[in-house]
Design a protein around this ligand. Sequence first.
Ligand code: HMG
Ligand code: MG
Length: 298
Amino acid sequence: GLPERVTIWEVGPRDGLQNEQAVVPVEVKLEFLDRLAAAGLGVLEATSFVHPKWVPQLADAEELLGRLDRRPGVRYPVLVPNERGLDRALAAGVRHIAVFGSATETFAQRNLNSTVDGQFAMFEPVVGRARAEGLEVRAYLSMCFGDPWEGPVPAEQVVRVGRRLLDLGCSQLSLGDTVGVATAGQVERLLDLFTGAGVGVDALAVHFHDTYGQALANTHAALRKGVSTVDSSAGGLGGCPYAESATGNLATEDLVWLLDGLGIEHGADLGELVAASRWMAERLGRPSPSRVVRALGG
Ligand code: HMG
Ligand code: MG
């Protein structure tokens, strides 16, 4: 059944801004993070320690974290693909990281210049060292429902790769619909397959992109299966530069509207979130795609 409380895993500053054509100034990123923290969000995925040529939008990760005014009680996870990224993250004082794998060969190649097996060789020393340093490690799994190059992705394949990520020592697995093609029935079936394979819903999170307008329906399906961590991005910012046709994530405001209606606790202030997303939309020069932001005057 539905969880009593949901952790909103805010990915706008990372998943959102990594996909902007223009590089957003570090001052704007810092103010965005601060506004999101002030709006009551407890997890703010701040940036990535990836190769700066691959994602120039986040090449300022060191400067950003060096200047970040960390609020007590707020976690600021970052993406880390390899040991070079972990070295950089540790030097920046990071306490929470996420590795990001692919369920398909094509995306492992395009996103990590690797293979499904090769990504595990990349992540194993990262997770091992990070845990030895006392860091919390999340794992993302991309292309859990469909892949723009390979088509539908078999759920058994997703469970196999996802379990390997958890077996590395990651505390949570976020199931990514990278290009936003999933539908609610598929979400239910995948979650059932994971729980049938012995992975509890407490170890799972969902990460929906809204390309086909299904993100909220998919989230509701996951909530009904008991998932209690949901990834979203303020104002619906987002996409993935290495996945054709990916659009923004589920908007945090749309998620909050749903959770409020269901009576599920989340700790965020909708008015302040909308204000933060409107502010960011002005900086980016275009309106937020979030329906709730627009309905409330964005
Ligand atoms: P590569 O070119 O194979 O790297 O890229 P390499 O290991 O061969 O190293 C080449 C050079 O890069 C070396 O420098 C390394 O030191 C340097 P040289 O010796 O030639 O001077 N290097 C680095 N420099 C800085 N930071 C690093 C780093 N690593 C190597 N971390 C690599 C492999 C993994 C680095 C590359 O493919 C990469 O950076 N990929 C990241 C792509 C990315 O960020 N994608 C978006 C995030 S995933 C996503 O959005 C999906 C998600 O939202 C969930 C969903 O929606 O499904 C999470
Ligand atoms: Mg994503």
